[in-house]
Design a protein around this ligand. Structure first.
Ligand code: CAP
Ligand code: MG
Length: 453
């Protein structure tokens, strides 16, 4: 017995036109009959509910019902389903509504053990209905005048608690030491110890001074995350003070906040931090894949987005991170590409492997990996830049460190990923284990690894 007594949401093998349908790929674990649960997902996220209703007649069903058209079962209860949603179900520039539809009630249905949105494929007309990044990779590079290498960023640490004067000093030293971009941390906003407006005013002054000293354009990404009216006020202030960028915590603020800020067309590079994404992306069986968050961030207008490092402290396999980064950089019906940001647990010793995996169109962010340098922030920034220069010149870090003491200091403390251990290498952690264990061959990959993609 299907989910409905009147209609079937199951049309296995039927073809659906990708230009007139949103196609969602789910991983689903059913508690009882698999096909019935698959229909329940399609019904609940389109025209159905737990019982047939008078208003749902044949004409309305045929026009607006979502359909399960592809099923790949792993076993009796679990597998991948693809669901086609008629484009008419969506307001194509309204991301909250899209999520309420394909990633809304379905997550709480009693008959499902698990459900994960692995991908959302949008038709061209849907994508083109959205502004996308104002700057994108080309605009970011043009703003900085840097075209042929990864960009180097840092996050002021400790992430909260520093007085404004210290924040400013550290930012200046990082810029002069060789970093291109300085950002606030995700939980720094407008606290008494470091008030937003004062911080922006003084840090932008320090940026201008660092630009004069280095002759190089720099970026400061202050965190404007707040209620929308306040985000607007803060962004306006950043603009008036000569700022070129602003950071938004896109998950805690929500896509509506991002779309609102993009709509203001304030000529600010929008830096997307993804704090809290882990509540949705961590499980490979339940939640929403980071690829979906990344697609929606680009659609909403984020110019540069945190997407993972593969080798740092945050989870994210090489396959998953490179798939997301490739999407962000790739053509998407003419929408500008979003610059991926690799951040989290990185130190100079990671750079060779990081550039090898992620290429040059990436922002490499080091927080502790700069501010934890034994000789302080300035040495930390220099060490990071020296590591990048070594990679760009095709030299090994150990060779380069012979004539660059700051890099030598970093390698002594943290070692080089995959090559040498430092005094404080992360022994026994995922990173260390990754170095010691051969890459998982496809044959050996477990179902869990497949699910992560
Ligand atoms: C990194 C960071 C970043 C996270 C973000 C932090 O600091 O500032 O917010 O890494 O993770 O607060 O941890 P460190 P992701 O360099 O000191 O680790 O980019 O994966 O969203
Ligand atoms: Mg942070």
């Amino acid at each position: 017995m299907g989910y409905s007594k009147k209609f079937s949401y199951l049309t296995e093998g039927q073809h659906f036109d990708a230009s007139t349908h949103v196609i969602v790929t789910f991983y689903m674990e059913a508690k009882d009959d698999f096909n019935r649960c698959a229909e329940a997902v399609a019904a609940e996220s389109s025209v159905g509910t737990w019982t047939d209703t008078e208003g749902l007649d044949e004409a309305l069903f045929m026009k607006y019902a979502a359909r399960v058209f592809d099923i790949e079962k792993f076993d009796q209860k679990s597998g991948i389903i693809k669901v086609a949603y008629p484009l008419a179900l969506f307001e194509t520039d309204n991301i909250p509504q899209l999520l309420a539809d394909v990633a809304g009630n379905v997550f709480g249905m009693r008959e499902l053990a698990n459900l994960r949105v692995r991908d959302v494929e949008l038709p061209e007309s849907f994508v083109r209905a959205n502004k996308g990044p104002a700057f994108g990779i080309p605009g970011i590079r043009e703003t900085l005048g840097i075209y042929d290498r990864p960009l180097l960023g840092t996050i002021i640490k400790p992430k909260v608690g520093l007085p404004t004067s210290e924040h400013v000093r550290i930012a200046y030293e990082a810029w002069v030491g060789g970093v291109d971009i300085v950002k606030d941390d995700e939980n720094l906003s407008d606290q008494d110890f470091n008030p937003f407006y004062e911080r922006v005013n003084q840090t932008l002054e320090a940026r201008r001074k660092a630009e004069r000293v280095t002759g190089q354009k720099k970026l400061y990404c202050p965190n404007i995350s707040a209620r929308i009216s306040e985000m607007y006020a803060r962004a306006k202030f950043v603009r008036e003070m000569g700022g070129r960028a602003a950071m938004i915590d896109i998950v805690t603020t929500g896509y509506s906040g991002v779309q609102f800020m993009r709509d203001q067309q304030m000529n600010l590079i929008l830096h997307g931090h993804r704090a809290m994404h882990g509540a949705f992306t961590h499980s490979d069986k339940h939640g929403i894949a980071m690829l979906v968050f990344a697609k929606l961030a680009r659609l909403a207008g984020i110019d540069q987005l945190h997407t993972g490092t593969v080798v740092g402290k945050m989870e994210g396999t090489e396959e998953e991170v490179t798939k997301i980064d490739t999407f962000l950089r790739g053509d998407w019906f003419g929408m500008k590409p979003t610059m991926p940001i690799a951040s989290g647990g990185l130190h100079p010793g990671h750079l060779p492997r990081l550039v090898e995996i992620l290429g040059k169109d990436v922002i490499i962010n080091l927080g502790g990996g700069i501010h934890g340098h034994p000789d302080g922030v300035s040495a930390g920034a220099k060490a990071a830049r020296q590591a990048l220069d070594a990679v760009l010149e095709g030299k090994t870090l150990s060779e380069y460190s012979q004539k660059h003491p700051e890099l030598a200091g970093a390698l002594k403390k943290w070692g080089e990923f995959g090559k040498q251990e430092g005094k404080e290498s992360e022994k026994g952690t995922y990173v260390h284990a990754l170095v010691k264990s051969p890459a998982l061959s496809v044959a050996k990959r477990s179902k869990t690894d497949v699910l992560k993609l």
